[in-house]
Design a protein around this ligand. Sequence first.
Ligand code: NAP
Length: 257
Amino acid sequence: MQIKNKYVVITGANRGIGKAFAEACAQQKAHLIIAIRKNDEKLAAELKKAGAASVEIIESDLSTRAGVDHLVQILQSKKVDLLFNNAGQLTGGLIEEQSIDDIYKMFQVNINALVQLSHGVIPQMVKQGSGKIINHSSVSAVMHFPCASTYAASKAAVWAFTDCIQQELKGTGVSTLCLFTPGIKTRMFDEIDVLYSKNMTVPQDHIPPEIYAQKILKAVEKDLTHLEPVGTTGAVFGLAKHFPSLFNMGVQKAFKR
Ligand SMILES: NC(=O)c1ccc[n+]([C@@H]2O[C@H](COP(=O)([O-])OP(=O)(O)OC[C@H]3O[C@@H](n4cnc5c(N)ncnc54)[C@H](OP(=O)(O)O)[C@@H]3O)[C@@H](O)[C@H]2O)c1
């Protein structure tokens, strides 16, 4: 899919990877529909300046069913060519030390909202015979580190959901892209150290969000169904995918209770 003049919805685009992808789409002259928790006129002005054909901000908190209902209702009255389910939260640490309230909120944002938003816009995409859903999974969906139990479970669910709908949508003109994102230097990346480092040696490799946004854009243009890591992380990702017991043995060495 070429992004120029397309109507692109991005959740969680006020910072991190979502913001970097919004900027990349603005440079391609897309119409941007930015779903964020708090209105941000400065961001809208920046995106217009970067080249966006139009920018609309919709205030939405995805941590409640009512918040997602509200966003779906608005999107159903619009043309949507691309939906990037990007917003996400991190939970982590030994399972018994994680907050149940935080776990509920994280699952709501990372998987329930993503499923409901996809469910909400797919009918109009199928009707128009075109569209794309990008779902933000993670290397954690495949590389199962201790201390990442609940977050990894949410991202494995994103992967399974996206693969299933990809098959359902064959022949409709609507496609999906699942992102198996490695370490990207955002606020979430910095939170990993805080939550995991008491029990784990945390890998420090990371990519700037602007570089990763360009990789996502290329994957959209080439209509890839999966974006997987490359280099050393790519090799370890492959090991975890095809030889999980070998991966787990290596990871145990980096973990202490
Ligand atoms: N960074 C990495 O290394 C990495 C690796 C793998 C996958 N990912 C995935 O990449 C995606 C983007 O994360 P990031 O790295 O860019 O982190 P980030 O800078 O922390 O951004 C997270 C985004 O999600 C939004 N969000 C969180 N809770 C929300 C809610 N209840 N309602 C609406 N929006 C909400 C945040 O908005 P507020 O500012 O309002 O909180 C923010 O815009 C996430 O799905 C994450 O799991 C990241």
